[in-house]
Design a protein around this ligand. Structure first.
Ligand SMILES: Cc1cc2nc3c(=O)[nH]c(=O)nc-3n(C[C@H](O)[C@H](O)[C@H](O)COP(=O)(O)OP(=O)(O)OC[C@H]3O[C@@H](n4cnc5c(N)ncnc54)[C@H](O)[C@@H]3O)c2cc1C
Length: 434
């Protein structure tokens, strides 16, 4: 019987433990917290968007990093298998808008209970308050783990499921990266992802609490590129190299966003953030009426102006936008609130059209790991076998979940990655010869 240690009782860890036990291994899970699934508990705003019901082929279009690497794991244990697992173990699920899957109870605690119960049923030992502090190797093979810096336990295989760096209070402090580095693995630099963005413009903060549906955003990187230009020196046929600002498209999307006291958030912005790279400059263009072209919007505004030509500008704006946006539109268009619409020039009206179709915001950064849903970066995928999740450097060392350089957009994709890779790692660790 193989003796397997799983580090971390999160999504990937519990699934890995259950699968390894189903494949005949003796499994012990080590969790530094006093309970299992602290991060699962806060997922989906406490409801846990446990997976996505999209077709597996479409699944990969929503994976941001590690798409090809995940093929074996996800095709081997896809959303239908995950849903079947929870339903069979007594946790009824439902599919909501956007193919998001939740427990019928709307309680993430039911997902945790199901996993804990499944571990108990298989006599898996779970050691809480047990922080794995190092992994021991006998040449190129795993041989032991050290718990709480004192107890050395001999093992045949170790599955590292320690998660990323976001929401540190859930137990994720990057221990897995340390273990991997010590084993000789390369760890890609980590950044917060699926994270709210901070914005320079003050008008943005004045909209705090405003949620907008059916809007479009375009994020552009503002890069300084060297341009070879001929200047006065043309006469002497000498070339001078100058730096020019160039805009590169980074993301375009449609959906729902939210203004906050620091900038912007909401599903659309979280997705945009997965394209944000620290150290680069980004500009965000918000289109408040994406269903209308500029010409169509202008016609609509002309109609409104004609219908209420004795009205003030602010009163017409109230018919076009939510109340909170009205003072901002007045500020950005530079047209006085009490101006009669009959007195608004065509040039001013055009400014209203242009502002509605393109509200410009400068991104100053992200809200960091404390508010990030996932970690971008992690253990380099080239050194992990995608068919088994085993290290290519040390035998008996496996990885699963967010600790690896894999991530996806919101909608149940990140948990599905944890279930699929956890399942594959558990199965391989139990089945492989060491
Ligand atoms: C606020 C929020 C909401 C989210 N909502 C969703 C959602 O609805 N749907 C979705 O798909 N994804 C969601 N995610 C992302 C998802 O939760 C993670 O991608 C997923 O939990 C990763 O699983 P994991 O098992 O790799 O890591 P985790 O679930 O983070 O588990 C890692 C575990 O390892 C333990 N650990 C770490 N180091 C050690 C050590 N040295 N010794 C012992 N134990 C250790 C930790 O205590 C922790 O319990 C959300 C994330 C956040 C932060």
């Amino acid at each position: 019987m193989k003796n397997i240690a799983v580090i971390g009782a999160g999504a990937a860890g519990m699934m890995a433990a259950i699968t390894a036990a189903d494949n005949g291994a003796k499994v012990t899970v080590y969790e530094k917290n006093e309970k299992a699934g602290k991060k699962i508990y806060i997922t989906g705003k406490g409801r846990c968007n446990v997976t996505t019901n999209v077709d597996t082929n479409d699944f990969f279009g929503n994976v941001r990093r590690g798409e090809k690497f995940l093929y074996s794991a996800v095709y081997g244990y896809d959303h239908t298998s995950v849903m079947e697992f929870f339903e069979k173990n007594g946790c009824a699920l439902k599919v909501e808008r956007g193919e998001r899957v939740f427990p019928v109870s709307d309680h993430s605690s039911d997902i945790i209970k199901t996993l804990v119960f499944a571990m108990q049923k298989r006599h898996i030992r779970v050691k809480y308050g047990s922080e794995v502090t190092s992994i021991g190797f006998d040449e190129d093979k795993v041989c032991s783990i050290t718990v709480n810096d004192k107890d050395v336990i001999n093992v045949d295989a170790v599955i590292v499921c320690t998660g990323g760096l976001s929401y540190e209070s859930t137990g994720c402090s990057g221990d897995g990266y340390r273990f991997a580095k010590k084993a000789g693995h390369k760890v890609e630099k980590c950044y917060p992802s699926l994270v709210p963005l901070t914005i320079k413009e003050n008008w943005c903060m004045s909209l705090q609490g405003l949620s907008l549906k059916n809007v479009a955003v375009k994020m552009e990187e503002e890069a300084l590129v060297k341009s070879e230009e001929t200047s006065n020196a043309e006469i002497s046929s000498e070339k001078s190299s100058k730096k020019k600002k160039k805009k590169k498209p980074a993301y375009e999307g449609f959906g729902e966003m939210l203004f906050t006291h620091f900038g912007i958030s909401g599903p659309l912005i979280l997705t945009a953030s997965t394209f944000y790279e620290e150290g680069k400059k980004y500009i965000l263009h918000l289109d408040l009426k994406p269903a209308l072209s500029k010409e169509q919007l202008d016609k609509r505004i002309i109609r409104d102006f004609e219908k209420g030509n004795r009205k003030e500008y602010q009163s017409i704006l109230r018919g076009l936008f939510p109340a909170k946006l009205v003072p901002v539109m007045i500020e950005l268009t530079g047209i006085s609130a009490d101006k009669k619409v009959s007195e608004i020039s065509q040039k001013d009206r055009q400014r209203l059209v242009d502002t509605t179709k393109d509200m410009v915001m400068h991104v100053t950064g992200t809200r960091g790991f404390k508010e990030a849903i996932v970690t971008r970066g992690g253990i380099n995928l080239k050194e992990i076998n995608p068919s088994t999740m085993e290290s290519r450097i040390k035998k008996g060392l496996y990885f699963a979940g967010e600790v690896m350089d894999v991530d996806a957009v919101t909608g149940g994709y990140n948990l599905q990655i944890a279930w699929s890779t956890g399942h594959l790692a558990g199965e391989s660790a139990a089945g492989n010869e060491y």
